[in-house]
Design a protein around this ligand. Structure first.
Ligand code: GDP
Length: 448
């Protein structure tokens, strides 16, 4: 599809529904200007000028607004776009959207504005995906990294690799098509060029793990037997009263999760206390099973015990479960200690959640570990889809290199080269099927 093709005119509320200073209703498509003129009774709405007026519906004044008009192709979607800035109340923006829909637009689907921007070549697919990342970034760091991709950092790298593979591909094709006039490229040249491309792909893929961690966050589970202060610590780290704290063993029966920003997004998990006891009911039993699983899935485990009580055989059992995972031992309730504290395990942080003594020290240790998972300067942010395309491209190039090493017919080598180019095209979206495309934009919010 291209910019000249007709689309229906769409509209949506582009700001979050809530009470705020300003709300934005966005319209995109051929009828945008006409609708704006109708609903404001203004005939002079022109691109590049900011207009002030009232949205009126059947003579009833709806709201005093600012109109921002953009003419194709100089807009977010590449089409005619009108943005209406109104007062930011839930019902005001809804009323304005209703008037816009009544006058000729249809409600936009999820991500439809960005999808049109992609189809109209305002963004490539990696940039469109970066828009979604930017909006949903759980940390300021990931938002900054996503903005890099929006500005085209990944697209540029992919296009560089593509240009290099394409150069070899064209020489192979010329050699095949015009054997009289053009010499086939040397095998050594093919090998060298493709090895270079594989190195560049590996550079991008080397950042895959840290990309995933920046995007999804690091899972940190707090485990220990009941009553050692897990929920208290959970609340203290989050600085809120999220989990219920009591001195009754077995209060936390479920898993509670919250997000925490330590530069990297952290999902902090409070687990049911792990204990062996005949009085355990079925619900608590399931909770304990989940706890063991959470400890197992976690990237970092905080193993908590009660320093005032000392280490029990139950503590040792739990420690045995987690000791091979990345962990920090936390000796809690040190405010109740009457004697000098002697840590039993290596890597122990002394803590009193009650007085907050040691809390900053623990946070610092957590931060160091969590950041070490992800931040050897993440050069390229990629998502799973892009990583899979790069893996496929790498495999095709590796096959082409192997074939060139055994001096196979260049027609045969070309099959893998074409596959490699296709995989790269999928990343930027030059070649993409509708199902994948819809899948990507279905994750967007309405109005984006
Ligand atoms: P959980 O079962 O491991 O989640 O433990 P809780 O967080 O529910 O705490 C159990 C009890 O220990 C509560 O009465 C807390 O107030 C108390 N507690 C937690 N941390 C400390 C601490 O550092 N010092 C003291 N003195 N009491 C604590």
């Amino acid at each position: 599809m291209n910019i000249n093709q007709e689309f229906e005119t769409i509209a949506a509320i582009s700001t979050p529904l809530g009470t705020g200073g300003v709300g934005v209703v966005r319209i995109s498509g051929d009828k945008s200007f006409e609708i704006a003129k109708k609903i404001t009774c203004k005939n002079n709405i022109t691109a590049g000028k900011i207009h002030h007026g009232w949205v009126v519906d059947d003579g009833v004044k709806i709201d005093e607004v600012i109109i921002l008009p953009f003419k194709t192709p100089n807009s977010y979607t590449g089409e005619d776009v009108i943005e209406i800035q109104c007062h930011g109340g839930v019902n005001v923006v809804r009323n304005i959207l209703d008037v816009v829909l009544k006058n000729g637009a249809r409600p936009a689907e999820r991500g439809e504005f960005t999808k049109r921007a992609f189809l109209n070549k305002k963004l490539d697919l990696s940039q469109a995906e970066a828009v979604d990342d930017l909006i949903h970034a759980k940390t300021s760091n990931f938002a900054i990294q996503s903005a890099k991709n929006l500005s085209g950092v990944l697209a540029k790298k992919i296009n560089e690799i593509k240009a290099s593979v394409f150069e070899v591909a064209s020489r192979i094709v010329a050699g095949i098509d015009f054997p009289e006039d053009v010499k086939e490229p040397e095998y050594s040249y093919i090998i060298e060029k493709f090895e270079n491309s594989v190195r560049e792909i590996d550079r991008v893929l080397a950042c895959a793990k840290s990309s995933d961690i920046l995007r999804q966050g690091v899972k940190v589970a707090i485990v220990g037997r009941p009553n050692v202060g897990k929920s208290s610590l959970f609340n203290a780290l989050l600085n809120l009263d999220r989990a219920i704290v009591t001195d009754i063993a077995g209060t936390t029966r479920d898993i509670i999760k919250e997000n925490l920003d330590l530069g990297v997004a952290v999902t902090l998990i409070d687990t049911a206390g792990i204990r062996q006891d005949d009085n355990i009911d079925r619900v608590e039993e399931i909770g304990i099973e989940y706890s063991k699983q959470s400890a197992n899935d976690a990237d970092l485990v905080l193993f908590l015990y009660d320093a005032s009580f000392g280490i029990s055989s139950e503590d040792i059992e739990i420690y045995e479960i987690i000791k091979d995972k990345t962990h920090i031992v936390v000796a809690n309730k040190t405010d109740l200690l009457s004697e000098e504290f002697v840590p039993r395990f290596e890597n122990t942080v002394k803590l009193s959640v009650y007085t907050k003594d040691g809390l900053e020290d623990l946070k610092e240790k957590m931060k160091n570990i969590v950041c070490s998972f992800s931040l050897e300067e993440t050069e390229f942010i990629t998502n799973k889809r892009q990583q899979a395309c790069l893996e496929r491209c790498r495999e095709s190039l590796a096959r082409a290199i192997a074939a060139a090493r055994s001096c196979e017919l260049q027609d045969m080598i070309y099959i893998d080269v074409k596959a490699a180019l296709l995989s790269l095209d999928e990343i930027t979206g030059e070649v993409i099927n509708d199902e994948i495309l819809n899948n990507i934009f279905d994750h967007f919010c309405i109005g984006k």
